[in-house]
Design a protein around this ligand. Structure first.
Ligand code: NAD
Length: 260
């Protein structure tokens, strides 16, 4: 028997990068990933890719900052599968600029996707998890849930905030056997990071290679990027946990960039 046989898992932002790998891996272990993404075309493509491997998957259009869309997307999943066992709240963006002239609109946009998105998807899913007396919620944090970097004020703020949300859900969800944990990756080469390399080079007045070596991987133990596979391992570990003891925790997967 596979770890996720028959488990229904909503993964937000799963049309790309880390979320897509998590969806592929859950499907490979017998689960049914729901690819919930702003980009429906890419979400459908990811679902088709999974189905081509003989596995089940479902795509839903979901802007995680839109209360109505989140509730509607979750209702669609319930109508189709009758339950939600796992939520991986992963959708996210990055905007790098110095704090001194960070545009307010960008600040609010970033906080909204990371924090409002996590709140809205959590609220919509835990209603069904509480009714089923079972649930596993995993938030996509970051080393920036623990550490700060220049140019990333709203991102660092949001990622720290997710740790707080997970701790509250760990307490409120306990009587319903719903656990909540956070995975905190170091830098992973996804479109989110590839976009940031030239932006940081421009802001800091250094080359792209210097951004990788002297900013992104400087404090790792081996100068290596974390991979989507490394992150998926940690997410699946929390999502598959059979016990309710493992809750309210955050796990850092970063080649030792941050050690707790
Ligand atoms: P990515 O850009 O490859 O994928 C992000 C996905 O989120 C995209 O499919 C995008 O369409 C979706 N998305 C964006 N806004 C959305 C919204 N409002 N509603 C629904 N979907 C939306 O990025 P990634 O690197 O895979 O990042 C995924 C998560 O991992 C993010 O939360 C990010 O902060 C976190 N993270 C990434 C890294 C890294 O180095 N890549 C490190 C630590 C944490």
């Amino acid at each position: 028997m596979s770890r996720f046989d028959g488990r229904v898992a909503i993964v937000t932002g799963a049309a790309s990068g880390i979320g897509k790998e998590i969806a592929l891996r859950i499907a490979a272990e017998g689960g049914i990933p729901v690819i919930a993404d702003l980009n429906l075309e890419a979400a459908n493509a990811a679902a088709t890719e999974i189905k081509a491997h003989g596995r089940d998957a479902f795509a839903v259009a979901m802007n995680v900052t839109d209360e109505e869309q989140v509730d509607k997307g979750v209702a669609e999943v319930i109508a189709k599968f009758g339950k939600i066992d796992i939520l991986v709240s992963n959708a996210g963006i990055q905007i790098v600029k110095p704090l001194v002239d960070f545009p307010y609109a960008d600040w609010k946009k970033l906080l909204s996707i990371h924090l409002d998105g996590a709140f809205l998807t959590t609220r919509a899913c835990i209603k069904h998890m509480y009714a089923a007396n079972y649930g596993r919620v995993v938030y996509m944090g970051s080393v920036h849930s623990k550490e700060a970097s220049k140019l990333k004020a709203p991102y660092v703020t949001a990622k720290h905030g997710l740790v707080g949300l997970a701790k509250v859900l760990a307490k409120e969800g306990a009587e319903h056997h719903v656990t909540a944990n956070v995975v905190c990756p170091g830098f992973v080469r996804t479109p989110l990071v590839d976009k940031q390399i030239p932006e940081q080079a421009h802001e800091l007045g250094i080359t792209e290679e210097q951004v990788i070596k002297t900013v992104m991987l400087k404090d790792t133990v081996d100068g290596e990027f974390t991979t989507v596979d490394d992150v998926a391992d940690a997410v699946l570990f929390f999502a598959a946990s059979k016990n309710n003891a493992l809750t309210g925790q955050s796990m850092v997967v970063s080649h030792g960039w941050f050690m707790q």
